[in-house]
Design a protein around this ligand. Structure first.
Ligand code: 16G
Length: 248
């Protein structure tokens, strides 16, 4: 084993300890199983408990382990599935400390037609509620949204005054909860009518997000197209390395 150098650094042993812990996490141990204690690790690797704690803290920071006060350190669930959160516009804005709102709200019930029907796995003649909204943050237009919901799963939706969060309404009134969504993002520019609605110069950059949302039973409950001002909105992701190799 590498020796601790005179200046107190334990790089070699620290690296060995980390490799050993990663081996346990990726190999022998399953999620929520317990790692050896700090004391056991310190003894087997001939390092201080502080060195062990630092190695565990680093793994905690990377989301590989979690600690429970008094009980020890445990292997985390793999995180890949949790890397992108599914939220509504209302939640997004509140998370940024902004007050969500809607302007120009229009709702109608129409036949799905070929394109929306295909997105929602409906025949073109089946009906959808079509909701149009300019979404605002602290009163400022941020995004233009067309949302389509199959009428058969949300009867009467098009006759309602939809003022607050659509997702909240769907959950509370129709027991439809979005649990998963397929989403794609495209770069675009705002044609004059859209630019006017958003209060920005014509042909400003924007991005268009298309979402097909599903409930827990994999039933399609929404197709939505949202066009966001590129100057005021960003799409942030946390992404995780999927391989064990974190050297480069
Ligand atoms: C988001 C969703 C949109 C959904 C809306 C509901 C994206 C790209 N789109 O804008 O699909 O209809 O939230 O928001 O995130 P609400 O519950 O605030 O009405």
């Amino acid at each position: 084993m590498a020796q601790t150098t005179g200046n107190g650094r334990a790089g070699g042993k620290g690296a060995q300890l980390r490799a050993y812990l990663l081996g346990l996490i990726d190999g022998e141990l399953k999620p929520h199983e317990k790692l050896p204690t700090e004391r056991e690790l310190a003894e087997s690797f001939g390092v201080t408990r502080l060195t062990v704690r630092r190695a565990l803290d680093q793994l905690g920071y990377e989301g590989r382990v979690y600690r429970t006060q008094g009980a020890g350190t445990f292997v985390s669930e793999p995180r890949i599935a949790k890397s992108v959160e599914l939220t509504s516009f209302t939640q997004d804005m509140r998370a940024r400390g902004l007050v969500p709102g809607s302007l120009e709200t229009q709702v109608e019930e129409i036949p799905a037609g070929a394109e929306i029907g295909a997105r929602l796995a409906l025949s073109p003649r089946e009906h959808v509620a079509h909701l149009f909204r300019v979404r605002t943050a602290d009163g400022e237009p941020m995004c233009i949204e067309h949302t389509y919901i199959p009428a058969k799963i949300a009867p009467g939706l098009a006759a309602r005054a939809i003022e607050g969060s659509l997702y909240q309404l769907l959950t509370e009134t129709y027991h439809l909860k979005v649990e998963k969504a397929e989403q794609s993002i495209h770069a675009t520019v705002l044609d004059p009518p859209l630019a006017k609605l958003l209060g920005v110069p014509e042909f400003s950059p924007a991005f268009k997000v298309q979402r097909v949302a599903y409930d827990a039973r994999n039933q399609r409950i929404e197709y939505a197209e949202s066009v966001y001002r590129a100057d005021r909105y960003s799409y942030d992701f946390i992404i995780y390395r999927t391989t064990r190799d974190t050297a480069n």
